[in-house]
Design a protein around this ligand. Sequence first.
Ligand code: SF4
Length: 426
Amino acid sequence: MQLEKRDLYRFPWSGNDNPIGWLEVTDKCNTYCRGCYRINGMQGHKSLEQIKEEVQLLKRWRNCDNISIAGGEPLIHPEILDVVAYIRSLGMKPLILTNGIKLEHDRQLMVALKKAGAIGFTFHIDSEQNRPHWKGKTETELFELRQHYADMAHSVGGLFVSFGMTVYPGNIDFVPEMVRWANKNIDRVHGLVMITFRNAMESAYDYFAGGQRIVPDTSYVVDEEAPPEAYLTSQDVCAKIQEHFPHYAPAAYMGGTQTEDKMTWLVGAQVGSQHKMYGSVGARMMELFQVYYHLKNGAYVVYTPSNKIPKIAFLLGAVDKGIRKTFAGLWREIVRNPLELFRPLYMQSIGIIQAPDMLEDGRVDMCESCPDMTVWDGKLVHSCRMDEWRLYGSYVTAQPRQQATISVDSIPVADAKEKSAEVVGK
Ligand code: SF4
């Protein structure tokens, strides 16, 4: 089913008023993920002073509600507790994007991070990571690890927890299993983030930086030796989920910067209990929540520590179709099974991100109002393309490589004469 923009809410975020600020505290990492767009270990850990400057810039110029602390792997930064505490002291929400390796056997670190002010974690776990002790495990076998982190965070309490995965044609059939597992754990898993895999730089283009032709050396250069990759869109992933979960429906989106038919961010929020899923909120509910939060807190929002929703929320069905449908399903279930009236209701988001696409003419179709802008050398850049700035001091531009064409001028004079003589001779 093709999604129509009219049925969705376009997030009102902009470069100047955006809920998210992306902060990379180090480019070092304790594992390696296929599709990672950060060259590891080029600059190492940032100083606390530099980190504070970047956080101030994000707060002042982007009006962020939360700071997504990333890397490399942020938990290997020796001053990570101070970083979290500093962000909290500025009234923003520190969310940690981690592979979780440092937490696997260290619940105390999670307690300390929460005490410092962390609102939660997004765990990136998938089978394309060379994760110590979990190498070669299938996505399904990795549920044991995902469950471990979800239970740990639940036992600490008061933490937002989501799980991220990179989606390729090779593992898209696993996506429904991921949603099923998350639904079963709706009391401790607040969301899923699915990022479609991209290797953007192909040999069909010439690349330039600072006016010079370059041979790109970023981690997202296509390996021409490898079999050609097919790329998924956000709508492919959405359709796969809807095929298996009729209760799921996206409600909000962000578009592309170059094309009108792309949804770079596609966000839905499912509603259900540990017993059953009932539906998804609609576009009006998403709009109301962004506007209400901005009016109340002066900033837009992505993350909230709790995903519990009071049953009185069904009153919003007056303005939102998704809520109406969801609560109709809940009341039908309560009639059949009155116990459901006493079970808590939760919301669980699914965010699908379609990474940037290189267009035929060399333009790059980014996410509009990119929510993951980060700081490089005092300016805001797309975090997915920061290595271009680190390597070349600017974004790399691409031009379709000129197909070699034979022009008369390129034919040596002698030949031309011979050829014309031949024609005359005939
Ligand atoms: S454009 Fe921004 S939001 Fe989109 S993938 Fe890149 S960094 Fe992330």
